[in-house]
Write a protein that binds this ligand. Sequence first.
Ligand code: GUN
Ligand code: ZN
Length: 504
Amino acid sequence: MSSNFEIIEKDGAGRIGRLKTPHGVVETPTVMPVINPNLRIIDPSEMRNFGAEILITNSYIIYNKPELREKAIADGLHALLGFDGPIMTDSGSFQLSVYGEINVENAEIISFEQQIGTDIGVPLDIPTGPDVSYEKALAEMTTTHERLKEAREIVEQTRIGAQSGEKKRGDDMMLAGPIQGSTHIDLREKSAAYLSDLDFDVYPIGAVVPLMEAYRYRELVDIIVAAKKNLNPVAPVHLFGAGHPMMFALAVALGCDLFDSAAYALYAKGGRYITVNGTYQVDRLKYLPCSCPVCVAHTADSLRKAPNLEELLARHNLYVTFEEIRQIKQAIADGKLMELVELRCHSHPQMLGALDAVFSHSDWLEQHDPAAKSTFFECSAVSANRPEVLRYEMRLDRFNLFGTALIRSYPSQKDKEYDNILTFKPPFGAYPVELDENYPFNAEVRDVAGPESLKKAIENTIKLIRQNPNAQFTFVKGRRLNQFDDSYFEELKTVCAVLEKFED
Ligand code: GUN
Ligand code: ZN
């Protein structure tokens, strides 16, 4: 296992990590701005000012253009771009997927990436798009695996060679192993498991751009989880082609560490202004809802009229991209990543679908989520599906109650008449009152539960009651629950006494 990646803090399956590269350490999660070697809308030397720690460019474009190629071979990639931090290079696979063929072979592009001093090289994988037949996806994945294995061997040979001879550029190049398999989940699982055994330094999840362009975030979630489940948890994962900050929190919570953004430049070219809640056409903006240096220096009108509009939009787009990364890292440090994910997922209906998909994997998330962290905030209708709630449900069988038991929402004079007192708190359900101040039961939840939350809580309560046949339960609804109609409580009434309120 590569020891280039170290995890510092965790939340959900998300983490803050440190990735060691030949040109320095990168703190993750982070975004790699895509540099087009032919067209620099923002100079690479400026990228650090936005928060960039690592860049990504395309070795195939450099290889194909004699003046770029000669300079890269003579002076190295870092001199070519004018950036002395880590640089990853993609291989031309994307061009392959768009144009059908390219004039370079896998071994050749790997050697070239080494020769120019790339920090993280990508072999010539085949990005198999969504919805292709199983046979085609399997065949292309198999070819990808062969090429990745070949790349692994080339890099290993170089490493061994370097131990005896003198050091040269590219000796220590790290290698990315893109996971493919199209929308076939079992192929994604197999791909991740196979590549995991080959021990790559970074695992990109490939060919998801068409899914993101079509807002198919739900499927994206399933693909990320399929890959993650089959990788070593301490392996950095790159979501290839993901550059819109709206979905960073979601992807980070599932364990993605690296993103790459061509979006900042592509969107700017199309006159589009990125925000974490979605994208605006600059012509439609009456106000600039952002405080980056571009937006404080302009009004919507003056921005539109600026002769360098495209560059200004690219700058704004980069600022908001890195702002979101910092927001996410702070959320991880605070144990509040899930809350941020819920907020972000409410900005688009298909993101809401993705949130449902995330919670359909709560059993997996639960295994990664630190068992105790800061206060659980209920911040959407679907908070009831969070891993913490599932975890409580799985632990219900740990209680062993005897005698009389009162389940109520808040303390009352009657508490002292019962052997056991349980607090009823949606979405968790009923738990011994002694746990009131403990995580996650100290949660901040709505005064009046939402229907989903109440349903979940009643389900868990029924489970708890059924598992404790030696206790006699009384459930008191009280004022906060009285407004819900009887249908919520029908099943509960079959397992215990349900009182509207205490008789005073
Ligand atoms: N860029 C976006 N997706 C991909 C992918 O699947 N493979 C490579 N090499 N580059 C990409
Ligand atoms: Zn701005």
